[in-house]
Design a protein around this ligand. Structure first.
Ligand code: CU
Length: 189
């Protein structure tokens, strides 16, 4: 009995060792697929990068198409503008008095009349809108030499407007007789 028991124990140990060995092989077999699975994930990454690149290329194509469309629209607008300049004849140009120009300050940025300097074509009309709360004048000339007499709005109350059509080429300075820091010019070509 004792020797049989020993043999049984040895046999059991041997079986256990085989079991451990099988388990070790099995576990190393379980580990081995790790490499292929990493390859899979790197393949997935490659595919994702390729897809991202394709999306980026598609976006670039779309942006290029938009830019081309914008250029075409701009060309059409230019053509329309050229047509209107060629056919429209005399133009009306609006100049506004600056808000608060009744107090000094606007002259430091040449912004008492907006725009202070304007270039127009012979036959064009400039209309000055007094959008300020104070009364102003639009008087041809300059503060140093006084009114030129070429044009003069006289006193323009708040909310009123004055217009003058320039039929002769030249450079016309003007100013406000109430607030002589307010100056502007019209260049007629
Ligand atoms: Cu004024």
């Amino acid at each position: 009995m004792v020797s049989i028991d020993k043999a049984a124990i040895v046999f059991s140990i041997a079986i256990a060792l085989v079991g451990v060995a099988v388990a070790a092989v099995g576990s190393s077999a379980d580990n081995s697929p790790a490499a292929p699975s990493q390859q899979m994930s790197s393949m997935n990454t490659d595919a994702a990068e390729k897809a991202a690149a394709e999306r980026a290329a598609a976006r670039a194509d779309a942006a290029a198409a938009n830019a081309a469309a914008a250029n075409a629209a701009a060309d059409a607008a230019d053509a329309a503008a050229a047509d209107s300049v060629a056919t429209a004849g005399p133009q009306l140009h609006i100049v506004e008095t600056a808000m608060g120009s009744g107090a000094p300050g606007c002259e430091t940025s040449n912004a008492c009349y907006l725009p202070a300097d304007i270039t127009i074509s012979i036959g064009d009309t400039v209309q000055w809108n007094n959008v300020d709360k104070a009364a102003h004048t639009v008087s041809g000339g300059n503060p140093a030499d006084g009114p030129s007499g070429v044009f003069d709005s006289s006193l323009l109350m708040a909310g009123l407007e004055y217009s003058f059509t320039f039929n002769d080429a030249g450079n016309y300075d003007y100013f406000c007789m109430v607030h002589p820091w307010m100056t502007g010019s019209v260049t007629v070509n």
